[in-house]
Design a protein around this ligand. Sequence first.
Ligand code: DGP
Length: 115
Amino acid sequence: MEDCIFCKIAKKEIESNLVYEDDMVVAFRDLSPQAPEHVLIVPKKHIASINDFTKDDRELMGHIMTEVLPEVAKSLNIAEGGYRVVINTGEDAQQTVKHLHVHLLGGRKMTWPPG
Ligand code: DGP
């Protein structure tokens, strides 16, 4: 996707503060952090949102949930204290970047429900 900012970050065409990378994903610090630790986990493959998942994405999402998130949380020292994982999807959730991304937020007490 030519105009996709997260594709460009994944391809290192735009700088980011990278905290993790493997063959399927990159993880980098959010430009507008909502918590002391706020990282976005972004598939290298362009998927617009959860609504666009296919069965082919099972391995990728399983990898993010079972391997990437716990490892990044541990590396940020928020695994024990706790953290929040968010995937904004579509207009009502105020998804602003149309390339699927998983927010990992931690380092402070979260409130519930979110606004
Ligand atoms: P969402 O509302 O879920 O679509 O959140 C998109 C997030 O992406 C938002 O918290 C700000 C962040 N963001 C947008 N553009 C950039 C960028 O160029 N670099 C980084 N690091 N973060 C970005």
